[in-house]
Ligand binder design. Sequence first.
Ligand SMILES: [Zn+2]
Length: 171
Amino acid sequence: MSDSKTISLDAFRKKKQKEEAEKPYLGTLVWLYCRVCETIEYTEVVAPHGRTHKCGTIVEEVEVPLDLRAEYTLTQFNLEKINGLLHKNKESRLRKLISKSLDNALMALKQSEENYISRLHLAAGCQIPVYPGSLKDLEKQLPIKEINKLGMLISDFRFEPEKRFLKNKKQ
Ligand SMILES: [Zn+2]
């Protein structure tokens, strides 16, 4: 009796660990579009009663439910890639001018990825863990919409956000 209990407890613990490793962190991010300023941006702050842009126009909003953990994992792969490119760029001593402007572009990209990550944590209200595994392991379960020329993974959420508002216009 006690033996089977031990086994089931162990199985229970394993099941819990497995669930923890696979558990999504569901949340919502919002795309905001101001038709007057033609600006598009995202926020983690959901405002069910709408909000006004700095120009005084009511902004158009699209709330997108997503797995914050998947977004975070994917963005973490992007950061690794950017850091790799920055490092590689540092090593190439030729084409100094080109390498300088590429550096700046990569730093800007890095900044935007880091900003996205901090928004994801804010949206979750806690620190999110990444999904365990390599990109190859996770490729199929992550919401990768596109891989751009630099090798950045673009998630469904971040892919062509302006199209979300074109769709709304037709309605
Ligand atoms: Zn505006």
